[in-house]
Design a protein around this ligand. Structure first.
Ligand code: G4P
Length: 527
């Protein structure tokens, strides 16, 4: 394919993730987006709200039959001329480093907020990762069909707490709980919505002029116009440059359940979110999107079935055209990797991918040697910077319960550390038999014990440790730190020295008493 043709494919693509706190409506919004793009006939087909349990168990049966385990990863659909890739962030139960790694594969994020709850902890954490990576954020206030806060309260909360200035593209007409439609702040027109039964189909929209809207909605319309004008006076109108710089966030009020505001979100993604762009390699060379094929592995999913050690690696394409069957080079080992089995995976659907372009996500089957952060390429050699490891908040000792399985224990530990399932810490004091695991979310420990048993045949137990934070330190500080109460120094498998500290008060105390010691914060997603 010519580079012009690849450039055209790239220009059509938008790759994004939804970041939200559990229950804000991410699944419902995903269904609504897909419904709008008409990949499914009726909302509910992807996650099967009503029959969620049976959907899940059917899927597990299917996974068993195929002997592979699959997690939702990327939904691709066309919307008009655009190709949209919605990369899934794992939900509450799986909250772990995986969630953060997914954000290294997207070009934009949609921050989904519950109108009644405002900013919630998980949204905040994920937002910080977006900020560090310079990912532009579109904000959606969801559940506007239910009682909630006022628009200006929500806008203030976001700008004051996280320093991101919302610039609503649309302003809601009707308070939360009485969602009538949206004032299009860029045209001054009114988009009036009509409810459909159960929100199962696209909500009909009626476009009205300001005068017609005023006659129709009376005080509700006037109130929306006044508040919108107030925002304009304060400079809160969309500015593409500031949005791409991560300073402002276009905002939309929506009801994923009723399918209100969903088209507006899709349009905003297509019009405002950036297409895939060139990336810098470790040696600071730039690989343009039309250069030969290259991709970064951002997630590895191993089979939970003990009889099949299948491993699926998900790559995001950075440059060039991907064709199934092509042989690429694995930059970390220099070895060839055949891509005969390439799949798109979302929910219960898997389909074979024959061609893909920058911004697309492809799952590679039997990817035993690939780890998160690895680069694949053809032609000119390239290696992209590794995915940063994230600040762990949970720490536990892992020990083998089954006696005499030391070799398998060690092998399993090395394997899981290399896959990035968990961070593994060691020091001389504790020895090798009971390493300390460090995780972003406690679920990661459960994955470790399950996989140690099924894949390596070792029963393990986890003993939680009383540390809550980790700081990067150096050899010169290690001895003094080890003498402090509530502190222990470890070497992580990538060689970084980490000081684990019991709590932030202890940390503050040590920093005050020993300002000479190195205790650098591990920023969630610093490059
Ligand atoms: P999540 O993936 O972010 O965890 O959220 P999910 O979509 O599962 O939605 C969480 C709950 O919020 C669901 O209710 C869902 O129906 C509801 N919800 C999502 N979007 C909207 C919205 O725009 N308006 C209203 N009113 N509710 C919304 P549930 O009680 O858990 O399930 P269900 O009984 O409604 O199916």
């Amino acid at each position: 394919m010519s580079s012009e043709a690849i450039a055209r494919e790239v220009a059509r693509r938008r790759t994004f993730a939804i970041i939200s706190h559990p229950d804000a409506g991410k699944s419902t919004m995903t269904e609504a987006l897909a419904l709008h793009a008409r990949v499914i006939g009726e909302a509910g087909a992807i996650h099967g709200k009503a029959g969620r349990k049976s959907t899940v168990s059917d899927w597990m049966e299917m996974e068993k039959a195929r002997g592979i385990s699959v997690s939702s990863t990327a939904l691709q659909f066309t919307y008009g001329d655009a190709v949209i890739n919605l990369v899934d962030t794992p939900g509450h139960a799986d909250f772990s480093e995986d969630t953060y790694r997914v954000l290294t594969a997207v070009d934009a994020a949609v921050m989904l907020i519950d109108a009644a709850k405002g900013l919630e902890p998980q949204t905040l954490k994920l937002f910080q990762v977006c900020r560090h990576r310079g990912i532009p954020v579109i904000t959606v206030i969801n559940k506007w069909d239910r009682p909630g806060r006022t628009p200006l309260e929500l806008i203030d909360e976001i700008s004051e707490r996280i320093g991101l200035l919302p610039t609503p593209l649309y302003f809601p007409v009707g308070i939360a709980g009485d969602f009538r439609g949206l004032l299009d702040r860029r045209t001054g027109d009114y988009v009036r919505f009509t409810r459909t039964a159960g929100g199962a189909t696209i909500a009909p929209e009626e476009l009205m002029t300001a005068d017609a809207a005023a006659a129709r909605e009376n005080g509700e319309w006037t109130a929306a116009v006044e508040e919108s004008d107030l925002l304009s006076e304060m400079g809160q109108d969309h500015d593409e440059e500031l949005f791409l710089a991560g300073e402002t966030s276009p905002m939309i009020f929506a009801s994923a359940m009723l399918n209100f505001g969903v088209r507006q979100l899709l349009d905003a993604l297509v019009e405002l979110a950036p297409p895939p762009a060139a990336r810098d390699s470790v040696d600071d060379a730039t690989r343009d999107v039309t250069d030969p094929f290259s991709a970064v592995v951002f997630k590895v999913q191993a089979g939970m079935d003990s009889s099949h050690r299948d491993r699926l690696a998900f790559m995001r394409i950075v440059s060039g055209e991907f064709e199934r069957g092509m042989v690429v080079t694995h930059a970390q080992t220099g070895k060839p990797f055949a891509t005969k089995y390439a799949q798109a995976v979302f929910g219960r659907d898997r389909s074979t991918v024959d061609t893909a372009y920058p911004g697309d996500v492809v799952g590679l089957v039997n990817a035993m040697t690939l780890a998160p952060g690895d680069t694949l390429y053809t032609d000119d050699e390239v290696r992209y910077p590794p995915i940063p490891s994230f600040a762990p908040e949970h720490f536990a000792v892992l020990r083998a319960v089954s006696a005499g399985k030391y070799k398998q224990f060690r092998k399993g530990m090395d394997q899981l550390a290399s896959e990035g399932v968990v961070q593994v810490l060691r020091n001389d004091l504790r020895g090798d038999a009971s390493p300390v695991l460090a995780a972003v979310g406690p679920m990661q420990f459960e994955v470790v014990t399950a996989r140690m048993k099924t894949e390596f045949g070792v029963d393990t137990a986890v003993d939680f440790l009383g540390f809550t934070l980790a700081r990067r330190t150096d050899a010169a500080s290690a001895d003094e730190l080890n003498r402090q109460r509530g502190v222990e120094v470890f070497t992580r498998s990538d060689g970084v020295l980490l000081a684990l500290v019991s709590d932030k008060w202890r940390l503050q105390y040590i920093q005050k008493e020993h300002p000479e010691l190195t205790l650098e914060p591990l920023v969630a997603a610093a490059d």
